[in-house]
Design a protein around this ligand. Structure first.
Ligand code: GLA
Length: 676
């Protein structure tokens, strides 16, 4: 779906039709006479949206079947008096004590068989049909009451789906799910090669469910089952709400996790939602702008449309080893970086810390006295700037010529067996991303099964699982003129997480005109060189062979004592109208950059901008008739950027500029002046 089509539905138009800035607000934690002051302070900071309700079950249904939604209705009305719209979270991440004590069977059971107790959140079993009945009831009642409220713009289901359950009912569901998938035990036994260690199953109820490591086929299927269970958990609430929710109100969920969280498949979870939303936190340390950019691009890829930052840290958190505050200006830089990568909303978690509760030390915008904390003024600046830039940014979205592709099957398969503890998939992805971002300023990170024809080059850093259908999709892309680059570990496994019998890259061996002879974990960097230059390979290296006259060797390992000595490290082949390259090594940053430069050059990817000073990030969002450029100086010094053409400086009164001066954490939002 193109961004324009995505925006065409009333719900996505609400969510993505302007810039939103806001906070998580928990009115149930405060005396009602206080609400107006909070909302006035929010309004003064430029807040135009609050998220409410997502842990408030004991206030919304204080006893079984006894509901009190009036306080929420009053909070919504009061918010609108201050021109603040509302997203309602369904409260199902925090079941009330009356529920879990009367129906303890809804409590989740951990991998060691311990049932959760009340006193925290996320203590429910995600597969419990009884728990789902309660979820359906509260979600549908909330939708009936607020589904046509003009001040409610959207809904968040639950909160950061997290913990699986390993109770006997879930085990039975897993076994039933496998039976539906495989039909016969013979098929399952073959797919998982269960003759290994006498794992052969002769009845479905023998199949285990636990959180320990085991047969790779079983582990991959458990991840898929976890995904299917969260999908149906979520669908239960969507179905309860949709009949009552105005088409203008969006339904989403907030996805948590530092970096590339991977408990379940995010493409599957976001498919039935109107928009994707996530919760980026830095935790300890400072903003790594490549990492935040890459993960934001990956979030944009879930639905291939703009998204919401439903929560982010107001300066600091309470759960990292060291909960340092972001630098002055860094919260603002991070907000604008999110927008540059496709966010249309940024909400801070949270407005004010509850006086008691587990997160007393977390950053907030007002203190226990109800007065602004130091960060409030920086957030107010973001609010003012979002207001100023909103009209120009509405209807724009990042647009890339290149993509990085991933799949959850590959992510999980590698994480189960990293082979070298230093093989970190986010780090590997970032090795590709940094030079790509520097050179093109716009990278899509999408599911490998997504339409790829619009991309000039597609990079697959760790595509370990390549079943026949995916191989076909990738081969078609190359045949039609695409340039595909595969990284180490590609195509080792099939859809059952079984070794592909063709060696790597499995069903793409014919397209590549070559194959991987052997993979090796490296305990020391090895020299590598070729026509693009020389450098080192580390962590994991593969030796390749050329099997077709059209295939060429690009890089070779230097002479050394290992089995990789003098062997090909990268090969390339032309195929149809395009090309395929296999890079069997993780290269040092300088050689990796040269490799990427060469790939972009071969695929005729043009530079968007002249080279930028170090630490300056450039992002572009494209609309029907104009483009927005966002420049951020993430470094400690002052920077000057000469623009290729005159642009309007939106945050500085829209005046025409050709040169931009950026202090540390400085942000410029520019509109391409001659595109109207
Ligand atoms: C998560 C949760 C929030 C809050 C924050 C604190 O993202 O969704 O409720 O606990 O962490 O950082």
């Amino acid at each position: 779906m193109s961004a324009d089509t995505a925006r065409a539905t009333p719900a996505t138009a609400t969510a993505l039709g302007r810039l939103w800035m806001g906070a998580a607000w928990y009115p149930e934690q405060w005396p009602e006479q206080r609400w107006d002051k909070d909302l006035a302070l929010m309004q003064a900071a430029g807040v135009n949206v609050v998220r409410v309700g997502e842990f408030a079950w004991s206030s919304l249904e204080p006893a079984e079947g006894k509901y009190d939604f009036d306080w929420l209705a009053r909070a919504i009305r009061l918010a609108q008096k201050h021109h603040i719209f509302v997203v309602i979270g369904t409260p199902t991440d925090a079941p009330p004590a009356w529920l879990t004590s009367k129906y303890p069977q809804v409590l989740r059971v951990d991998g060691d068989g311990r049932r959760a107790e009340h006193g925290n959140r996320r203590q429910f079993s995600y597969s419990s049909s009884l728990y789902r009945k309660f979820c359906r009831d509260i979600a549908s009642r909330l939708a009936q009451r607020f589904g046509h409220d003009p001040d409610v713009i959207g809904w968040q289901i639950d909160n950061e789906y997290s913990d699986e359950s390993f109770d006997p009912d879930t085990r039975k569901m897993f076994q039933d799910w496998l039976q539906q998938r495989y039909k016969t035990l013979d098929a399952l036994n073959t797919a998982w090669t269960t003759t290994y260690w006498s794992q052969t199953y002769t009845a479905w109820n023998q199949i285990p469910l636990n959180d320990k490591s085991g047969n790779p086929g079983w582990m991959l299927d458990h991840k898929r089952f976890v995904t299917a269970t969260w999908v149906s958990y979520q669908q239960n609430q969507i179905d309860a709400m949709r009949p009552y929710v105005n088409p203008r109100q969006f339904i989403t969920t907030n996805i948590g996790g530092l970096g590339l969280s991977d408990n379940w498949d995010h493409y599957a979870i976001t498919r039935p939602l109107d928009i994707a939303a996530w919760d980026p936190y830095v935790g300890e340390g400072h903003l790594d702008f490549y990492r935040h950019g890459a993960v934001s691009d990956y979030v944009r890829g879930w639905k291939r449309q703009d998204f919401w930052v439903m929560e982010t840290q107001p300066g600091f958190v309470n759960w990292a080893p060291v909960n340092n505050a972001l630098y002055k200006g860094e919260v603002r830089a991070m907000a604008w970086e999110s927008v540059g990568h496709g966010a249309d909303a940024v909400l801070y978690w949270q407005w004010r810390s509850a006086l008691n509760g587990q997160e007393q030390y977390h950053g907030a915008l007002v203190g226990p006295d109800g007065e602004p904390l130091p960060l409030y003024s920086e957030v107010a600046q973001i609010g003012r700037e979002f207001e100023t830039a909103s009209a120009a940014i509405a209807g724009t979205t990042p647009q890339s010529d290149i993509a990085i592709i991933t799949t959850y099957d590959s992510r999980w398969a590698i994480d189960f067996q990293p082979h070298n503890k230093l093989y970190d998939q986010l780090a590997v992805l970032l090795d590709y991303y940094r030079p790509l971002d520097d050179l093109t300023h716009s990278v899509d990170v999408v599911n490998a099964y997504a339409p790829l024809d619009r991309y000039k080059v597609v990079f697959a850093p760790s595509l370990n699982v390549i079943p026949a259908d995916l191989a076909q999709h990738l081969a078609d892309y190359v045949r039609h003129g695409g340039h595909l680059v595969l990284g180490p570990r590609s195509g080792m496994k099939d859809q059952f997480n079984r070794l592909n019998i063709q060696r790597q890259p499995g069903p793409l061996v014919g397209v590549l005109g070559g194959r991987v002879e052997q993979f090796y974990a490296l305990d020391q960097p090895l020299a590598v060189s070729g026509s693009i230059g020389s450098g080192t390979a580390s962590i994991l290296g593969e030796t390749l062979s050329v099997q077709s006259p059209s295939a060429k060797i690009l890089l070779k390992y230097g002479k050394n004592r290992t089995w990789l000595s003098g062997e090909p490290a990268a090969i390339t082949n032309s195929y149809g109208k395009g090309s395929i390259t296999y890079l069997g090594a993780l290269l040092d940053p300088a050689l990796m950059r040269r490799f990427i430069v060469q790939e972009l050059h071969d695929a005729h990817v043009a530079a968007l901008f002249p080279p930028l000073p170090s630490d300056v990030e450039l992002m572009r969002r494209v609309g029907k008739s104009h483009a927005i450029f966002i420049l951020i100086n993430h470094g400690p010094g002052n920077r000057v950027v000469r623009l290729p053409v005159v642009m309007h400086d939106i945050l500085r009164g829209g005046r025409d500029v050709r040169t931009v001066h950026l202090a540390t954490q400085g942000v410029a939002v520019l509109e391409e002046s001659n595109a109207h």
